[in-house]
Design a protein around this ligand. Structure first.
Ligand code: N01
Length: 538
C-alpha cells in the first residue's frame, strides 16, 4: 500500500465495449475516480485486435451497440446489417470522444498483476510501465475471446514465409495478391476470412480439422424504412433484448420439430435460412438443443444445402460436419463460404480424410504425408476462451491465491461476476455468466449496471469489502452444470466446453440459464434486492 503512487476508487482493465461503459458509469453516474488500463494504443478491445480480412459483427448492428446513449441510438447510421471491424472501431472511438472517456484511460499499458491487500481491502495493481496503484475495486473488462490460442505447431520457427494469427493481424493489413496462402482452422473467424482471402490469393489451401455447420449471414444494406421503424421503436427493442433469451430478437419455436409435418418444418427452415444470421440457430424448434433426433432433422437441412452449393461432391462431403450436433458449437455466419470452395484456386485439406497437420516446414505445411507449399499461413485457431484472459492477469486474492490455482479444474464463480477469495473484484461477462451465449453488448450492459449499483450500495452503507461466499459459488457452479447437462451442448468438443485447448479441464464456460439473459438479469436483481445474497459485505 505504502508503495502505491496513486489511489483510485476503481481500476478497470480493458477499453473495449465493457471497459468504456464501466468507466462512463462509475465516473459519470457515481462520480468515482476511475483509471482504465488498456494494452492497445486506442479503444476497441476485441475490435481493436481482430482486424483479419472479413472481420465483421455477427449480430445485427442495430442491437450490437450501446443502448444507454439514447441520442446516439437515433443518430448513428450503420452502413450495413453486419458492419465491418473498422466501422465498429469508428463507433467505439466516437463514443469515447463523445463522452470524453479517453482522459481516464491509460493506453499502451498492460496490467501485469494485482494483489488484494487483506488489511486495507484494496487491490494493488501493477503495470508494465512499472506503476503500482491502489484501488478499492478491480474490474476486469478484458473480453472473453482475447487470449490467443496459437497451438505449438512443430517446425513453425523454420517457416520462411510470413505467418499471422487472425486475432493479432497487422494493422497495416496483409496483401495476399499472387500468393499461395494456407488458412488453418474453420471456426467463425476462418469462415469470415476465407472468402475474402480467396478473392486475392493465387492459391488458397484450407486446413480443416472439424467441419462446421455454417448458415448464411445475408449481409447487405438495411432497408431505410426498417431502419426508421427500428429507430422509432428503440425503447421497445431495448426492453425486448434485455428480457430475451440470447439478447437478440430471436425466439425458439415452442414445439418439437418432430411434431411438425415435413412441409411445415421445411417451410420454417426455409424462412430461417432466408432470414439469415442467427435465426436458424436461435429461432428454430426448441428441442433441437435437447434431442439428438430433433437435432438431426435440423442438421440434415444444412447438409443438403452444403451438398447443393459445393459442386465437387468429395469436397462437399468433407465440408459436412460429422460427430457433433448442430448448434453445439458457435454458429459461423457464411458470406460465400461454401461457394468459395467452387473456385479452382481453393483446396480443402481435411484432417479426417486427407490427414492432419504434421508439421510446418521451411516452405509450407505438411499434412497427411504431403507437403503443401505456401507463402503465407493464417492461423484462425481461436482463443483460450473466457478463463484465459482472466488467468493471464496474474491476480492474487486472499492468501496470495491465484486464479490458476483456484480454477485448476475449471472456472468457479458466483454469477460469473465475482469469485470467492477475490474480494472487490468484478469480472464483466466472466465465465459462468451468459456472456458468449448472448449478444455481448446486452450482457455487458447488464453486468455494468449491476456492478455500478452494487458499488453505489456499498458506498452508501460504508462497506469497503464485498466477497462471494464459497457456498454461494458452489451452488452457482452446480446450477450452471445442471442446466447445461440437460442439453446437447456438453457432447461437443467446442471451446464452450473448453475442449479446444489440449489440457484445459473440460468445463462448460458460459451460463445457459433456463430463461437466458432475461432470466439471469432477474436472478442478479433479486440477489441485489435481498441485500446481495450469497455475498459477504464488510
Ligand atoms: O476460433 P474457433 P475462431 N490444428 O476456436 C482449429 C467469436 N467470433 O477464432 O474445431 C488444427 O471457433 C479448430 O478446429 P476444431 C465467436 O464466438 C465472433 O474461429 O477445434 N486446427 C477450429 O476449426 C467464435 O466462436 C465473430 O477441431 C486447429 C479453428 O481452428 C469465436 O470468436 C467473428 C488446431 C478455431 O476455431 C472463436 O472463433 C468471428 C490445431 N492444433 C469469431 N487448433 C463476430 O461476431 C484449433 N484448430 C464478429
Amino acid at each position: 500500500m505504502a508503495s502505491a503512487t496513486q489511489h483510485f476508487d476503481a481500476v478497470v482493465i480493458g477499453a473495449g465495449f465493457s471497459g468504456l461503459h464501466m468507466l462512463k458509469s462509475l465516473r459519470d453516474k457515481l462520480g468515482l475516480k476511475v483509471r482504465v488500463y488498456e494494452t492497445g494504443d486506442t479503444v476497441g478491445g476485441t475490435w481493436y485486435w481482430n482486424r483479419y480480412p472479413g472481420a465483421r459483427c455477427d449480430s445485427d448492428a442495430y442491437i450490437y451497440c450501446f443502448t444507454w446513449d439514447k441520442q446516439l441510438l437515433q443518430e448513428w447510421e450503420w452502413s450495413e446489417r453486419y458492419p465491418e471491424q473498422p466501422e465498429i472501431l469508428r463507433y467505439l472511438e466516437h463514443v469515447a470522444k463523445r463522452h470524453d472517456l479517453k482522459r481516464d484511460i491509460q493506453f499502451n499499458t498492460r496490467v501485469t498483476g494485482a494483489e488484494f491487500d487483506e488489511n486495507t481491502n484494496l487491490w494493488m495493481v501493477h503495470t508494465d510501465k512499472g506503476e503500482e496503484v491502489a484501488a478499492r475495486h478491480l474490474i476486469t473488462a478484458v473480453g472473453t475471446l482475447s487470449d490467443t490460442n496459437m497451438p505449438p505447431f512443430k517446425g513453425l520457427e523454420k517457416f520462411r514465409g510470413k505467418w499471422y494469427h487472425t486475432s493479432r493481424f497487422p494493422h497495416t493489413g496483409v496483401d495476399f495478391t499472387g500468393k499461395r496462402v494456407g488458412v488453418v482452422g474453420t471456426g467463425a473467424t476462418a469462415v469470415q476470412a476465407i472468402p475474402e482471402i480467396a478473392q486475392q490469393a493465387k492459391q488458397l489451401i484450407v486446413f480443416q480439422r472439424t467441419a462446421n455447420y455454417c448458415v448464411p449471414a445475408r449481409n447487405g444494406k438495411v432497408d431505410p424504412e426498417l431502419v426508421k421503424t427500428r429507430k422509432a421503436d428503440y425503447e421497445g427493442i431495448v426492453q425486448r433484448i434485455r428480457e430475451s433469451f440470447f439478447g437478440q430478437e430471436h425466439y425458439f419455436i415452442p414445439k418439437s420439430v418432430l411434431e411438425a409435418t415435413r412441409e411445415e418444418r421445411e417451410s420454417v427452415f426455409d424462412r430461417m435460412w432466408d432470414a439469415g444470421g442467427f435465426a436458424f440457430w436461435l429461432a428454430n424448434y426448441q428441442d433441437m438443443f435437447f434431442s439428438q433426433e430433433a437435432n438431426d432433422v435440423c442438421a440434415d437441412y444444412i447438409k443438403r444445402k452444403i451438398r447443393s452449393t459445393v459442386k465437387d461432391p468429395r469436397t462437399a462431403e468433407k465440408l459436412i460436419p460429422k460427430g457433433h450436433a448442430y448448434g453445439t458449437k458457435r454458429q459461423p455466419l457464411d458470406t460465400n463460404y461454401y461457394e468459395t470452395f467452387n473456385r479452382d484456386s481453393v483446396q480443402l485439406v481435411d484432417a479426417k480424410t486427407d490427414g492432419g497437420i504434421e508439421e510446418i516446414t521451411e516452405t509450407g505445411i505438411r499434412a497427411g504425408g504431403k507437403e503443401y507449399p505456401l507463402d503465407i499461413i493464417v492461423f484462425a485457431t481461436g482463443f483460450d476462451a473466457m478463463t484465459g484472459p482472466l488467468k493471464a492477469l496474474n491476480l492474487r486474492g486472499r492468501a496470495g491465491r491465484t486464479l490458476t490455482q483456484e480454477w485448476h479444474d475449471g472456472p468457479h464463480t458466483y454469477l460469473g461476476v465475482a469469485i470467492a477469495g477475490f474480494p472487490n473484484l468484478f469480472t464483466i461477462t466472466g465465465p459462468q455468466s451468459p456472456s458468449v451465449l448472448s449478444n455481448m453488448p446486452v450482457s455487458i450492459e447488464q453486468h455494468v449496471e449491476w456492478i455500478t449499483d452494487c458499488i453505489e450500495t456499498m458506498r452508501k452503507s460504508g462497506k469497503t469489502c464485498i466477497e462471494a461466499t464459497p457456498s454461494a459459488q458452489d451452488q452457482w457452479g452446480a446450477h450452471v452444470n445442471e442446466i447445461v447437462s440437460a442439453t446437447l451442448m456438453t457432447t461437443a468438443n467446442s471451446w464452450y466446453m473448453s475442449a479446444n485447448i489440449p489440457g484445459k479441464p473440460r468445463a462448460f464456460l458460459p451460463y445457459l440459464g433456463p430463461e437466458g439473459v432475461g432470466g439471469y438479469r432477474k436472478k442478479c436483481d433479486e440477489i441485489a434486492a435481498k441485500g446481495y445474497e450469497g455475498f459477504e459485505l464488510a
